[in-house]
Design a protein around this ligand. Sequence first.
Ligand code: ADP
Length: 591
Amino acid sequence: MRRSTLIILLGIGLPSLLLAALALRTANEQRIVVERQTALLYQRHTDAVAEELQQQLRQRHQQFLDVTKHLLTEVPPEALAPQFAELLANRWRADVVGFAVTLDGELLSPRLPAASRNPSWNAFLNRHAAFVSSHTVTELYQVESSDDATQTIAPPQSAYLEESWRNVAPQQGEASATKELYFGKGVSVPVASKVTVQYERFSSAVSSAPSGILARFAEDQLDLLFWYRPPANASLVFGAALSPKQLRDLWPSSLAAASSIRRDACVAILDERGQPVAQSIEGFAPDWARPFVATELGETLPHWEVGLYLLDPDRLTRAVGNFRLALILGILLALLAIGYGSFLVANETRRQLALAQRKTDFVSNVSHELKSPLTSIRMFAELLEQNRVTEPTKRQQFLRVISLEAERLTRLINNVLDFAKLERKQKWLEPHPVDLYPVIQRTWEAYETHLRAQGFSTTWQADPPPYEAIADPDAVAQMLVNLLSNAEKYSADAKDVMLTTRLEDGTVSISVQDRGLGVPVGQERKIFEPFYRAHDALSSGIQGAGLGLTLAQRLAAEHGGTINFARRDGGGSVFTLRLPRSPMVANAARV
Ligand code: ADP
């Protein structure tokens, strides 16, 4: 593998692939992030409903405390206790059952036989008499408060504590990751509740604070008891049991706290069995056991929760899917761009390396090209100088060789110097309106003599002059000589050179045709690149610097013209130089 390819692979390809893999990973995790964010957002609403509900309960509790304390200002505790059930119903609410009990377990109010006449007192005694008299240990949850009813959650006190399990697990859309979010992919476990269960007697549950709220489960039903121990007689406990109706009254105002998300989600208050006791959108019936997010109601309503259910759980999945798709497309595009960029860089590097190599070859080619004519010039000049050749025809022939070799040298040096000027974008051409016919004629005649002397057969087919154009005559002569010299150099044994000059649509076209080696297939364009040689000196034995065509093409371009290569029918090459005719001449021809 080439070094540059390796560098591109290691420096660009590998890091890009790594970045793409990381981005894809992020795309996958994005789903979890979005769901978590959404969950957090919605959690605020369930928290708000739960808070509202608790707030309402605290208010009820405060009302109970206010009424009880007010009664105690009128009647001393010992006198209030026996008539507490009646007085509380009168002063506060008729649907509340008040009770008074001593810490020793003596139930002072309501009492039989009076209680037997009141159905709700009777029901209270059946459900709670044994408990409030501290005869039984029961599963209960406790919120204690100081006298001013500021709530604090009681620390676990009893030895009989255990963590309970929540009744609900997160809601799942078609491909929702909420469950994975909490538990890892595919793992389904119930959610542990923060509420701690205690098993205690009533007397010990109320002994550590002046007042509080007790929640207790009896026969699978939740009861809420408010209680208060007056400082004047701390062995007395005044209490009230909330009726189911009183609890129901709290739901609508609590659910109103989440009314802003009615269009997206349904909020429900779930009882300890995970069944809805109230919901914000009537008739909506999701899998109640799987809310999208849920908030526990804590010790006041243990095992109860506020659950939120997305109306369209798949919408989230779709949104995340779209985001992922966009991200993946972005990654693909970036990879394509990096791939294409790397390809271009690799290409350019290869080109530059080839050019550097060609420049090195050029130096040795030029040295050689300079050396061989100089050697002949020196050799023949020495022979002439030493008067060792006396025959006049020989002397003439030697002088001719010297002049030809000097011409070759001049041509090469001119090519190199002109190329350098073009590379520096230095202007030296002097284009002016000129008839190119005599220019071509002079150049051709000089070169034709040389070709014929080498044994070439030559032809010039010419349209009649004038060939008027705006051009630098020296540059045109240089281009033509370069083409003729190539036709000579690459002729091999087929020594035949033909010049065709035509006046075509708006151009003067000058074609040099030979029957020589031809240009190898696939190198038709490369031969115009600087220093490029399709026939290198080593294998073909033909000397050259690789600048003749480059220069001719650039000079043609300077004139607004072109040089093309074509294969000649029957073998050989055709190089055609086209130069624009001067507008004046073109117009005249059209008329
Ligand atoms: P050079 O000094 O090598 O001749 P040129 O720029 O004139 O440089 O030509 C570039 C290459 O194009 C040559 O090396 C040769 O391989 C090819 N070429 C040019 N003219 C001819 C031709 N008439 N026939 C075959 N090949 C040619």
